[in-house]
Design a protein around this ligand. Structure first.
Ligand SMILES: *Cc1c(COP(=O)(O)O)cnc(C)c1O
Length: 459
């Protein structure tokens, strides 16, 4: 007999998919610093962003409404894979011999393989509503590119993807997947844009970076005369808004489990899966005076929150995007070619950056070998092969459980398993054959890239 206490999977019905996304801007203790125009350094208005995004997304970007309704067609598509399960990691707990209770929200059930489809569907929907026929975007490991390509196929929108070159060659199957969905994929830097050509002139062997790929995609949209819009898979407020569907479901699922997390963990590239999972729990903490801890996990090779500067910087390498205040390693920083391609971004979501700056969230940085060690343990106990990005969260969830064991006290740990790693097997191969480097963070490179930060008077 299985009693309620022994349940492993906490599942919701389709009708329990949240009706609204949660907008943390309504609850932030201090408002976010304004976003600045790259030429005038004055706060941007909606019209400045109109060449890149449809107006509905721009209005979400600046909205201070606490809840924004999820359009019915978006909820309908969410039904393909939502609500995603919340799973109690009973076999991992046993293996660790810990008094901690570990739960994970599994976003790898999305047909694109990660949480990214949550915002890809929403963004494609709003673009379609405003008559957009083509979207340009960047992708690191290819998770975002696959999600947007799939959403493009659903809404009959063409998708052009600039994929960071090192990942383009590390992860050929991701490119194949995007092409199956009908997208066009280029390795970045590419000779197709001015931004790409400039980088190639200086460094023909550039491995690429998300900052460079963003420049190329933004350039394609900006020069299209309105026929192409740009789409971003993380960082921006509206992307994080869409991802809160994850945390809203998790809150309902913890009620089913009759439990509540002491610590909420997620990996951070641009910050969207972590924030989407954590922010509804942060709302509860602020409204109810709870002590929930929030931990963002980043790679030691690209440690924006733990080693970067909280300052205004460009979102891309070629200075085409507005300036945002965030923890940044500098827009010219090119991180080592770690396998968690989705975590190789120089900046951070301004929402996550502000919350870390205000002490409401913590951050830690981890090396890739211990990350893969945790991922393999997770696969051998729970069965799921984590994406290398998500494995960063697994590492820290396990560390928290081991700490609880050392203290001999229970602790409820919740983490977001943002995606599966079935298309990342070459990374696992490198780990298992002992070929993975624990890239040490290069302080000289940081000094150089921080010197390139734009000079902006502090507001
Ligand atoms: C893209 C990606 C990330 C990193 O991006 P965030 O915006 O920080 O979530 C993490 N995990 C997976 C599986 C991804 O695809």
């Amino acid at each position: 007999m299985t009693t309620q206490n022994e349940r492993t999977r906490f599942l919701l019905g389709e009708h329990e998919i949240p009706q609204a996304w949660y907008n943390v801007l309504a609850d932030l203790p201090k408002p976010l610093p304004p976003v600045l125009h790259p030429a005038t350094l004055q706060p941007v208005g909606p019209d400045d962003l109109a060449p890149l995004f449809p107006m509905a997304l721009i209005m979400q970007e600046v909205s201070s409404e606490r809840y924004i309704e999820i359009p019915e067609p978006v909820r309908e598509m969410y039904k393909l894979y939502r609500p995603s399960p919340l799973i109690r990691a009973r076999r991992l707990e046993k293996w660790l011999d810990t008094p901690a209770r570990i739960y994970y929200k599994y976003e790898g059930v999305s047909p694109a393989g990660s949480h990214k489809l949550n915002t890809a569907i929403a963004q494609a929907f709003y673009n379609k509503q405003e008559g957009v026929k083509k979207l340009a975007t960047e992708t690191g490991a290819g998770q975002w590119g696959s999600a947007l390509s799939m959403a493009g196929a659903f809404f009959d929108i063409e998708v052009e993807v600039f994929m960071v070159k090192v990942s383009y060659y590390q992860k050929p199957y991701r490119r194949n997947l995007m092409e199956v969905y009908g997208a066009k994929v280029h390795p970045s830097p590419s000779p197709l844009t001015e931004a790409g050509r400039k980088i190639l002139e200086r460094d023909p062997d550039s491995p690429g970076s998300l900052g460079i790929a963003i420049s190329e995609a933004v350039e394609v949209a900006a020069k299209s005369g309105g026929s192409v819009k740009y789409s971003l898979g993380s960082v921006l407020n509206h992307v994080i808004l869409h991802q809160t569907v994850v945390g809203e479901e998790a809150l309902q699922q913890f009620a089913l489990a009759d439990d509540y997390p002491d610590v909420v963990i997620g990996c951070v590239g641009g910050g969207s899966n972590f924030a989407g999972f954590a922010l509804p729990f942060l709302r509860e903490r602020l409204h109810k005076g709870l002590n929930t801890r929030f931990i963002a996990v980043e790679p030691r090779a690209c440690p924006s929150l733990t080693r970067g500067k909280y300052a205004y910087d460009y979102g891309d390498t070629a200075h085409l995007t507005p300036l945002i205040k965030m923890h940044t390693l500098g827009h010219t920083f090119v991180p080592s070619g770690i396998h968690a391609g989705g975590l190789r971004y120089h900046g951070m979501a301004p929402i996550v950056a502000a919350l870390v700056d205000q002490g409401l969230m913590e951050a830690v940085a981890v090396y890739q070998n211990p990350v893969f060690e945790a991922a393999v343990t997770f696969a051998r106990t729970e069965g799921i092969l984590p994406a290398p990005e998500s494995a960063h969260a697994v590492r820290v969830a396990m560390d928290e459980a081991l700490q609880a064991k050392a203290e001999g006290r229970p602790r409820v740990i919740a983490f977001n398993l943002s995606g599966h790693g079935l298309l990342d097997l070459s990374a696992y191969d490198a780990y298992l054959s002992g070929k993975l480097e624990d890239f040490e963070f290069p302080p000289e490179a940081l000094e150089k890239s921080l010197a390139d930060l734009p000079k902006v008077e502090m507001i």
